[in-house]
Design a protein around this ligand. Structure first.
Ligand SMILES: Nc1ncnc2c1ncn2[C@@H]1O[C@H](COP(=O)(O)OP(=O)(O)O)[C@@H](O)[C@H]1O
Ligand SMILES: [Mg+2]
Length: 376
């Protein structure tokens, strides 16, 4: 075997049909530059806002600039007997598939819809390719804030009180939705779409007028929305790494530049700060780490996740707010920085995630997919 063929072939997917497309490009830039060319053969694949897959060494730059002049349309077939990356070429008004290479691991660096929600994971499962991060269920449950909270409750993990409403309920029964929302807790209330990230569509509502406009804003983004008790909170985050055996990092803290950690505060206001470690009493720090591991296991997450918590300044209670199964992954993002603080460098983290992806696929290979009489 020549040296080239012994390298692991890693397809890195970025961009995507998601409000977090641009954030994904930032995460992918850091990941691509951290993959050791001695160990990996990297196959960069950009996914446009429209969902087109494009392969090319310059895919990242071109997707960011919107030029796409040197990229070639590419695809991955769901058929596991023909897995691998294929290039698509048009010849004499027919599309031809040309196999580029087999892939050992896919790294979906796709935040939000179609990347973090179990949908791309479904394709990768059917194709029987190893991939970084959680599987279908972990991703989907981690993405839907309503179902996620149901699972948290079932596991006895503390979450703030909430109710889920549908777009139809808001459109045709606003008064009832308002009344049920006001029964959750006194203002402020938070309204958010069930399946989104980056604080898109999230509102802090101090009174009924703001609640009504928050509800109308949230249903623009999703069919299902949540109304929650607003907590006067410190925001604590813990990174989790592993498959069957998982580890929690030390907790970090976000000091948002806005009144809450809005889209603007996250990406456009450099006054938002990350404190690593979070200045917490040792027992609270341990509590946060243990909640993070319990949360990860409760949804059957895998590989990596960042668990975000709200520490109520009024009563000192710690609540799990959400889990991000494909957390922000630039070199200055909380997820890798928390690992860095405990001695795992950014490239080591990427290596570990690829190992975990292969380990998970090996575990899956133990499953039988046709009935066999019990072995005695
Ligand atoms: N119940 C709540 N109480 C107080 N602040 C909240 C609450 N829910 C959300 N927030 C604020 O809104 C931000 C975004 O909400 P979050 O649920 O984390 O959604 P996203 O997935 O968009 O990050 C949080 O980081 C926090 O600042
Ligand atoms: Mg959040």
């Amino acid at each position: 075997m020549d040296n080239q063929s012994r390298k692991l072939k890693v397809a890195v997917l970025f961009g995507g049909v998601s409000g977090e497309h641009e954030i994904s490009l930032l995460s992918a830039r850091s990941i691509l530059s951290a993959l050791d060319p001695e160990r990996y053969e990297v196959i960069p694949i950009g996914i446009t806002h429209e969902g087109e897959w494009l392969y090319g060494e310059k895919a990242l730059e071109e997707l960011g600039e919107g030029t796409l002049s040197t990229c070639i349309p590419a695809t991955l077939l769901p058929d596991p007997t023909r897995s691998g990356i294929y290039l698509l070429r048009e010849e004499a008004s027919a599309w031809l598939l040309q196999r580029l290479c087999q892939v050992d691991v896919v790294f979906p660096v796709l935040h939000g819809t179609f990347g973090e929600d179990g949908t791309i994971q479904g394709l990768l499962e059917i194709a029987n390719v190893a991939y970084v991060g959680s599987g279908v269920v972990g991703s989907a449950v981690g993405m839907d804030k309503g179902i996620f909270k149901d699972v948290m409750r079932a596991h006895g993990i503390p979450v703030v009180d909430w109710k889920v409403f549908t777009r139809r309920e808001v459109e045709s029964g606003l008064e009832e939705v308002v009344a049920k929302s006001e029964a959750i807790a006194p203002y402020p209330l938070f309204v958010k779409p069930a399946n989104l990230g980056s604080s898109v569509g999230v509102s802090k509502c101090r009174n009924r007028d703001e609640l009504i406009s928050g509800l109308k804003e949230a249903i623009r983004y999703d069919r299902r929305i949540l109304v929650e008790r607003g907590v006067n909170a410190r925001e604590i985050e813990v990174s989790v790494l592993g498959n069957e055996e998982v580890e929690a990092s030390i907790p970090g803290e976000i000091i948002p530049a806005d009144e809450f950690y809005s889209y603007h505060a996250k990406y456009h206001d450099d006054r938002s700060q990350l404190l690593i470690p979070a200045p917490l009493e040792p027992h609270l720090s341990e509590h946060a780490r243990s909640l993070a591991v319990r949360t990860f296991k409760a949804i059957d997450a895998a590989g990596m996740a960042r668990v975000d918590m709200l520490l109520d300044k009024d009563d000192g209670e710690l609540y799990v707010n959400e889990i991000n199964t494909i957390p922000g992954f630039t070199r200055i993002s909380m997820y890798p920085k928390l690992w860095n603080a405990v001695g795992i460098s950014y490239p080591q983290l990427v290596d570990r995630l690829i190992e975990l992806a292969l380990e998970r696929k090996a575990e899956k290979a133990k499953n039988l997919y046709r009935y066999q009489r019990e072995r005695r």
